[in-house]
Design a protein. Structure first.
Length: 94
């Protein structure tokens, strides 16, 4: 967690031309959401989303969402690479 509290964006992100998808599990610390938003603002082709899973799942399942919900992970990756609409489990971080 200390890394999140001291994280600073590196210089030069405005030159990134590749699309970037920054994701955070819904039960993450608010600083993780802030970092994802900052990344999305810094890079022209970046987007930031929260991953919404069943709220009854423990916090660790939201943190490790790609392992606790592999079917969601697969749909996210497939949609991102195909340029299709992202799954409904992803909510924009504005």
């Amino acid at each position: 967690m200390m890394e999140n509290m001291t994280f600073e964006l590196p210089d030069g992100l405005e030159r990134v031309t590749q699309p970037v998808l920054a994701l955070a599990g819904r039960k993450e610390d608010p600083r993780v959401f802030a970092s994802a938003r900052d990344l999305a603002k810094a890079m022209p082709g970046a987007q930031a989303y929260a991953v919404e899973l069943d709220p009854a799942l423990p916090r660790a399942a939201h943190h490790n969402w790609s392992m606790s919900a592999p079917e969601v992970f697969t749909r996210v990756v497939r949609a991102w690479f195909e340029g299709s609409p992202l799954p409904p489990e992803l909510k924009p971080l504005d």
